[in-house]
Design a protein around this ligand. Sequence first.
Ligand code: UGA
Length: 449
Amino acid sequence: MISIAVIGTGYVGLVTAVCFAEKDFKVICVDKDKCKIDNLSNGIMPIYENGLKEMCESNYQRKKIFFTTDIKYAIENTDVIFIAVGTPSLNSGEADLSQVIEVANEIKEYINNYKVIVNKSTVPVGTQKIVKSIMKTNKNNINFDVVSNPEFLKEGTAINDTLNAERIVIGCDSYKSEEYMRRIYERFDSEKLVVSAETAEMIKYASNVFLALKVTYINEIANICELTGANVIDVAKGMGLDSRISGKFLNAGVGFGGACFPKDVLAIYSLAKSVGYEFKLSKAVLEVNEKQKLKPYEKLMEVMNNNLKGKTIAVLGLAFKPGTDDMRGAPSIIIINKLLEKGAKVKAYDPEAIKNAKKIFGSRIGFYTEVYETIKYADAIIILTEWNEIKFMNLEEALTLVKNKLIIDGRNCIDSVNAMKLGYYYLGIGVPDSSYDNILSKEVAVDYD
Ligand code: UGA
């Protein structure tokens, strides 16, 4: 049976390792961070991800997964080594490969027999070659292969995305390594695509950047809808009925966040530039997205006549999307900072991200784990993450708590018709209030006291 090492216990590394263990492989998970490794051995997860803790614990008990800081042990005792370390953005926008290179050097140092080394980290085209060139200098001239096997999991549904992946992309340049990868992934009922390493590396970037582009496209359409009276929710529905377009990733909102889209859009721009091509679309995506993040704030300023001094603003949702405690790239960061700058008092709610948000805002804002406590005495509610607790909050009960009946819905996620019927002044993204004129007029709904 093939034994597996996974180096790096970040989102991708940990979920991948746990899923391989679930598929009955023996997996050694390595991280330099001793505290993280001790915690994992005691069932404490470094991230919130639905189902991860339970699956990790059960496989730990079945002795299918182990956690260690000892990379030498892991390399010597496994056949296939997955590199799943971080590749953050450098100031130049390029992906920082230093952690990948460091791990490659360690594998080179401790390699004791044939190994398949697999890049799971998101890396620029050409990285497989870089890792190969490092491995070629191993002192006993031991044989190896380097494979690119990009990850497509989404935070919040990571376990299901891995166990039931729509596609598994294997980029390799030898039959031997292809055979190893096929033997691992034969346990996954997914479409497999075997291509060159460069192609696999490009598939990952091209996919993420396309999705970021799709979200950005609908956000720009939303902005035009606001100026023309069209309703972006219905526009997206109409577009999505065309199977060539598909309705997925067509939810207009406050812009994309997370660790991947912003980083990968930047990285592909730098990658293209390094080979003499200006990828104009990717640059535009980032520019539009940064502007989009400010939309709810701009709407609030307009309603409040540019004066937020002393106003209490309830921010519902801090994580960059539901199902995760991840604050990286979250629009909430930029919006809350703006609100504070303008002298507002911010009360913030999130079911999972408060611990991480505290590291960013400290005591500058109030944190709440209950929606109704958060909106008490609020002059305005701003919705930034479509958690179910927010989407389905009881708007009638909320009426008795808020000071002003003003909701700015940065995710178009609550029942806006009901909100308006109840007397709220509701502002979504790309949903001009004129489309609701028959239900309630803006003047009636707003209470400016
Ligand atoms: C993304 C990709 O979807 C994964 O396939 C990929 O593996 C991952 O990056 C990665 O490279 O590791 P993730 O960052 O977890 O996954 O989040 P998404 O679900 O893709 O959402 C990204 C952002 O787009 C979020 O801020 C979300 O709120 C926003 N979004 C998404 C919209 O604003 N509208 C939509 O219709 C969809």
